[in-house]
Design a protein around this ligand. Structure first.
Ligand code: GDP
Ligand code: GDP
Length: 437
């Protein structure tokens, strides 16, 4: 199931980023401990009663011009309304209700999205009275919180979690491969969709053609059903402000959460830029299968080494995603396009693959025998056994004597051994440790 998306909206200085950092807390360290990716804290992963969610602080999307603050806040609210499942609307107890708060409140109110009103800077009991004036914004009981003192966070998340959508993935059957195309504006996402749908033997479902506001495009080829997620949202992109990194990542989040396979579309003509990494990074963190699709290959001047060199460049930039295959295509000339869906099928299969426990444990014991875990202050990691606990993405639990002894480099080693034995091409895999002596 996709993680619900929570967005924090509010004027500058009400404390959005303070709360954001509190919510993602120590998980941030895990996310940032990944080579080859810069993270400007565009999003984070939070957890409430075993349920993971994605959280975004919409602050910092700035627009130039008159009345800058108002316009920025308005845009943040718009984005949150479109992309989030739940909105945390944050106001400042010290400042009271401002005109900007009222305008945002109206936008949110009209949208009918679930909103939790958080009154920040309620640093002590005395201040609790100050939340009452915020009833006037019309969102029911405000939740008093204090970012700097860590007060009320549990209440806030509990209120937000009440609005998390129920299991969202019943939309399509298990047999349907859900594909999202992501990438910067103008890399050729819409052109690729049209090109795929225009291929021979592709049967586009009537529903998509007749329903004007259908956001997904279902189709079938060679007996395999697919759906391209959020095709409408893709077409709508490309406004100037969407070139900001934060915006483009936020735009892609929902589609990625709903997908099985993410096509990270890169403009072969321009090469890779930082922004590509943020979007791909989200797909990785969301546990989705990914394929790098280098588009516009028709305009690239090439010899027999060009493809290899470009692949190498992708590997250098996306160190954390070496599992993702690279495909070169042209949406314009349809060059190599027929190779794309077979790769989609393949990574979708690997994403859903389950390995038998005894085979897994053979591989793990061989790996441990070949390179035993290093000792840490005289103690050595002992792995009792391992088992695959879930798919999409394939996730493994290692039962060990002491979880603290499982170091990043050894985990990486085990991951490599598992991949060497079973493949898992195109999909991230997750390793967890659990203590068992
Ligand atoms: P943002 O612009 O909405 O992201 O706000 P920030 O998180 O950057 O916070 C703005 C200012 O408010 C900073 O100086 C924070 O230290 C302060 N602040 C944040 N949370 C609280 C709080 O709960 N109580 C008080 N008194 N100050 C806070
Ligand atoms: P999107 O914003 O990612 O959906 O990109 P579009 O599909 O709108 O394409 C942006 C521009 O790139 C358009 O002018 C397309 O005609 C052009 N384009 C798309 N794919 C290709 C391709 O494979 N080769 C060439 N030469 N141009 C392409």
């Amino acid at each position: 199931m996709g993680r619900p998306i929570v967005a924090i909206v509010g004027r500058p200085n009400v404390g959005k980023s303070t709360i954001f950092n509190r919510i993602i807390g120590d998980r941030l360290a895990i996310v940032e401990d990944k080579p080859g990716i810069t993270r400007d804290r565009i999003y984070g992963i939070g957890e409430w009663v075993d349920q993971e969610f994605s959280i975004i602080d919409t602050g910092g999307i700035e627009i130039e011009g008159e009345d800058e603050i108002m316009r920025s806040v308005r845009m943040q609210a718009e984005l949150a309304i479109e992309e989030a499942d739940v909105i945390i609307f944050m106001v400042d107890a010290k400042a009271g209700v401002t005109a900007a708060d009222e305008e945002v409140a109206q936008m949110l109110f009209r949208s009918k999205k679930p909103v939790v009103l958080a009154v920040n800077k309620v640093d002590n009991i005395q201040r609790q009275d100050e939340i009452y004036e915020f009833y006037s914004l019309g969102f029911g009981d405000p939740v008093g919180i204090s970012g700097s003192h860590g007060i009320g966070l549990g209440d806030l998340l509990e209120a937000a979690a009440k609005h998390f959508p129920e299991n969202k993935d019943e939309e399509y059957g298990e047999e349907v491969i859900k594909v999202a195309l992501i990438g910067r504006p103008n890399v050729g996402k819409s052109s690729l969709v049209n090109a795929i749908l225009g291929e021979e033997r592709v049967i586009v479902s009537d529903v998509a053609g007749t329903t004007r506001d259908a956001i997904d495009t279902p189709f079938e080829k060679d007996g395999q059903k697919y759906v391209i997620i959020d095709t409408a949202g893709m077409r709508k992109r490309g406004k100037v402000y969407e070139t900001t990194e934060k915006y483009s990542v936020m735009r892609a989040m929902k589609a990625i959460e709903r997908a099985d396979v993410v096509l990270v579309v890169i403009n072969g003509e321009e090469g890779i830029i930082e922004q590509d990494k943020h979007i791909a990074g989200y797909a990785h963190d969301a546990g989705k299968a990914s394929i790098f699709v280098v588009n516009k290959w028709d305009v690239v001047e090439k010899d027999d080494k060009t493809m290899h060199q470009f692949t190498q460049k992708i590997r250098d930039h996306f160190l954390f995603m070496t599992y993702a295959p690279v495909v070169f295509v042209s949406a314009k000339t349809h060059q190599k396009l027929h190779k794309l869906l077979p790769v989609v099928n393949q990574v979708a299969e690997q994403h859903a693959m389950r390995v038998q426990t005894h085979l897994l444990n053979d591989v793990v014991s061989d790996a441990v025998m070949m390179t035993p875990p290093p000792t840490d202050r005289g103690k050595r990691l002992r792995i009792n056994y391992a088992t695959q606990v879930s798919v999409k993405p394939p996730s493994f639990v290692f039962f060990v004597n002491d979880s603290d002894l499982m170091h990043f480099s050894y985990e990486r080693y085990l991951e490599n051994k598992i991949r060497a034995a079973f493949g898992f091409e195109g999909t991230p895999i997750r390793l967890f440790t659990r203590r068992k002596s």
